[in-house]
Design a protein around this ligand. Structure first.
Ligand code: SF4
Ligand code: SF4
Length: 262
């Protein structure tokens, strides 16, 4: 694929997030238009954008207390204008904490390590290989990009919540109320949402587009690593090779792209 077409597709993909094409185009131009790093990257005879499959490895051994997990949630929710509602039923979450027994229900047993039993796990959209949410959406408001990232086009969402019912991980939230008055500190570079719209983690697609890592990864002090699952030389593949990892509800066959070292 020609460079210009690849760049156009990248801009189009980000624009679907509700961010204007012009600022994204400017940012891409400034960064050299690359995804994972600002440096040009090529693979023999393959297009980088289409061959990449983004994934995250979370090394849970590096977290000692619940407090260690808060910075990632804070970083994500702050830059993405995620509102904070007191009423739990209205909660909007892109990345959140879950006990082991809820995050990995089929892998729980009586002899779990104390740390695993008591320390919550960071959970987020798994950017599944076979995303049930995408299949369920009648308007194509949610879609999977060629690089594996599952995105939302907020403008196309009609609030039917079929995607929420289809997602087996509870990764999606619905705006039962206008979220704007409940955003602590608005980030004007990212769109806010409105009542009646579904939202979730976007793998920081807007940051990847300008050569930055996801905000949670950046805030994790090395405990989270994002990279190309298709590249045998990537850091994520190296971590998967050298550690035992688990994924959420693997038997469902969704193919989560988030891995946990336990
Ligand atoms: S975790 Fe849920 S919302 Fe995310 S891609 Fe998979 S099915 Fe879709
Ligand atoms: S990848 Fe980005 S959007 Fe997803 S949980 Fe991490 S910080 Fe939030």
């Amino acid at each position: 694929m020609e460079n210009s077409r690849r760049r156009f597709l990248k801009i189009a993909g980000i624009s679907a997030l509700g961010i204007g094409a012009k600022p994204v185009f400017n940012a891409l131009a400034a960064s050299g238009g690359q995804g994972e790093t600002p440096e040009p990257k090529t693979m023999k005879g393959k297009d980088v954008l289409t061959s990449k499959r983004w994934g995250i490895v979370i090394d849970t051994r590096k977290f000692e207390s619940e407090g260690d997990l808060e910075p990632m949630i804070e970083a994500c929710h702050k830059i993405h204008n995620v509102p904070k509602f007191e009423n739990k039923r209205h909660e909007i979450k892109w990345i959140w904490l879950e006990e082991f027994k809820h995050a990995f229900p089929t892998q729980e047993h009586a002899f779990l390590h104390e740390r695993v039993k008591h320390l919550p796990f960071l959970t987020l959209c798994n950017h599944c290989e076979k995303p049930a949410c995408v299949r369920a959406c009648p308007t194509k408001a949610t879609f999977k990009r060629e690089d594996g990232i599952v995105l939302m086009d907020f403008h196309r969402c009609i609030g039917c919540r079929f995607c929420m019912a289809a997602c087996p991980y509870g990764s999606r939230s619905f705006n039962f109320r206008d979220p704007r008055p409940f955003i602590k500190e608005r980030n004007n570079k990212f769109p806010t949402r409105m009542k009646g719209v579904v939202e979730k983690c976007n793998f920081c697609a807007e940051r990847l587009a300008v050569g930055q890592m996801p905000a949670c990864v950046e805030a994790s002090n090395g405990a989270m690593v994002a990279g190309d699952l298709d590249d045998p030389n990537s850091k994520v593949r190296e971590l998967l090779r050298s550690n035992y990892t688990i994924r959420r509800k693997p038997a469902l066959g969704a193919g989560p792209s988030v891995f946990y070292i336990v």
